[in-house]
Design a protein. Structure first.
Ligand code: C2O
Ligand code: CU
Length: 552
């Protein structure tokens, strides 16, 4: 195992993710940020300088559990202070497990501003994957707005709230088309065909393959909002990995990818080599106002400029929830994977509702909308600074009798910054309970992501979770992952072991939802945390403490 040294500068940059120029947050002049590639067991030593001039920044390593390094998790107000403009921070952590991951900003709406990239961990030296392939490709999915992320933040926190709306463009490896279409000659749309020389920043991403080989395609989604469906024209996919864990392989024509998910699929280049094929990503779960993103699967030696001769693959309708549920239910762990403990010590039932606070639109969990404190929890809990956040823990469940199928009779909630303190090494069940939003007959998809752990997705259900539903949990082969989706008007249950000392976010991965309070904070074994670097907590009340102690 090696220590890999990286030096990053984070900075705004003019760029054209689609055919309109905008401003992105770039890393070392690249958008998306550089792909990190390491081997399991390596340590990343990443020196990050914030050159955003007027804005703090942090970066979260999504899917990396940060065992023993909770201060490197990159969550502003939770694991560290935002890195001030002009200042630097060293992220040093071990990538202990092979898999497909990504990284992204975790402050304000910086994911929507384009602060993300891929993080790929290969198996350790001399080790082998549990499946074989000849070549590898990788795509990172995202969504893009023409309105800047700062304006989006103001819009979201206005009274009445101005919703950010659907993205203008979906991006594959940072590339999409807005005003023109690559597939104009197939569709009945009015979009003009793109006139591309091929070197434009928004030219489609080209996946180069040789005929008659098996490829591993790594897929991750850092979208701020969109749930996606991915398909490769004329090719079937075999799903083998989800969020860094092996799954029982199964074949699919198309796969759903929610924000925060990552997958590996295998496919065989068994089609006519004199053509190219489309890879497409389309919107799921929200009535789409955004055309599909397209990339080109280029069979060598055919020229990549030969557009595919067949139309882009068809995806299920945006509101075909039965097909999305069927897909999610198909994801099970590979035999031999870690099995969940048989019984939990504690069960939380987290009711997700859309609410108002003094006329501001919010998302709330058990009627509390998360507001992050100025002092990072990791520091204030470790050093017993009791006035840094709400002393009272949020409730383990919402009051009984809430009708999840209807808008709330009283849609008002309150702000809160309390944490769920989990007993170290205990087994925790969390039932994520979806409900009707503010409007009649609206309930949305929410992909929930847990920091610092993987969880077993032990059950899905419709309507209100009932005590007896726990008897039906799948403890035999539940998938082990870090992101799980809740479907409209349904619930999803996950189980995990609170064995990683630190303070960890658990939240909806839709960035504006998190921004509006849709998350909770877990703390476990913080007294065991050793070696928090001063720079991680040199703000707020822990900053004052360090000054008093003369350590700053
Ligand atoms: Cu990828 Cu807290 O998120
Ligand atoms: Cu959400």
């Amino acid at each position: 195992a090696k220590v890999r040294h990286l030096k990053w500068e984070v900075e705004y940059m003019h760029w054209s993710p689609d055919d309109q120029e905008g401003v992105v947050i770039a890393i070392n002049g690249q958008f998306p940020g550089p792909t990190i590639r390491a081997r399991a067991g390596d340590t990343l030593h990443l020196h990050l300088t914030n050159k955003l001039h007027t804005e703090g920044v942090v970066i979260h390593w999504h899917g990396i559990r940060q065992i023993g390094t909770p201060w490197a998790d990159g969550t502003a107000s939770i694991s560290q202070c935002a890195i001030n403009p002009g200042e630097a921070f060293v992220y040093r952590f071990k990538v202990d497990r092979a898999g497909t991951y990504f990284y992204h900003g975790h402050y304000g709406m910086q994911r929507s501003a384009g602060l993300y990239g891929s993080l790929i961990v290969d198996v350790g030296e001399g080790e082998k994957e549990k499946f074989e392939y000849d070549g590898e490709l990788s795509i990172l999915l995202s969504d893009w707005w023409h309105k800047g992320s700062r304006e989006q933040e103001v819009d979201l926190s206005s009274k009445p709230m101005r919703w950010i709306g659907e993205p203008q463009t979906l991006l594959i490896n940072g590339r999409g088309q807005f005003n023109c279409s690559l597939a104009a000659h197939f569709s009945n749309s009015t979009a003009a065909p793109c006139k591309l020389r091929g070197n434009e920043q928004y030219a489609p991403y080209i996946l180069k393959v040789h005929p008659n080989k098996t490829y591993r395609l790594r897929i991750a989604s850092s979208t701020a909002l969109a749930s996606l469906n991915l398909a490769i024209g004329n090719h079937k996919m075999r799903v083998v990995e989800a969020d860094g864990n092996y799954v029982k392989p199964f074949t699919a024509d198309n796969i759903d990818v929610y924000s925060g998910d990552s997958y590996s699929v295998l496919f065989r280049t068994d089609q006519s080599p004199s053509h190219n094929y489309w890879l497409s990503a389309t919107v799921r779960g929200r009535e789409p106002h955004t055309p599909p993103a397209l990339a080109i699967l280029n069979y060598l030696p055919t020229s990549p400029s030969h557009l595919p001769t067949s139309p882009p693959p068809t995806s299920p309708r945006w509101d075909d929830y039965p097909s999305s549920k069927a897909f999610s239910h198909q994801i099970l762990s590979l035999p031999g994977s870690p099995a969940p403990p048989k019984t939990p010590h504690r069960r939380l039932i987290l009711l997700n509702t859309q609410t108002y606070i003094n006329g501001y639109t919010k998302w709330s969990i058990n009627n509390i909308s998360l507001t992050l404190p100025t002092t990072p929890y990791l520091g204030s809990i470790k050093y017993n600074i009791t006035n840094a956040f709400d002393a009272k823990s949020p409730p383990d469940r919402a009051p009984p009798g809430y009708n999840v199928m209807r808008p709330a009779p009283n849609p008002n909630s309150t702000y809160g910054s309390g944490v769920y303190v989990l007993e170290f090494n205990s087994t925790v069940d969390v039932v994520l309970q979806n409900a009707n939003a503010l409007k009649d007959n609206v309930s949305e998809i929410h992909p929930w992501h847990l920091h610092g752990h993987d969880f077993w997705v032990v059950g899905y259900g419709e309507g209100e979770f009932k005590e007896g539903d726990a008897a039906g949990f799948n403890l035999r082969d539940p998938p082990y992952r870090n992101t799980a989706v809740i479907f409209p008007y349904g619930w999803t249950a996950v189980r995990f072991v609170a064995d990683n000392p630190g303070v960890w976010a658990f939240h909806c991965h839709i960035e504006p939802h998190l921004h509006l309070g849709m998350g909770v904070v877990f703390a476990e074994g913080v007294e065991r945390v050793r070696g928090i670097p001063n720079e991680a907590i040199a703000c707020g009340l822990t900053g004052k403490m360090l000054m008093r102690n003369g350590t700053r």
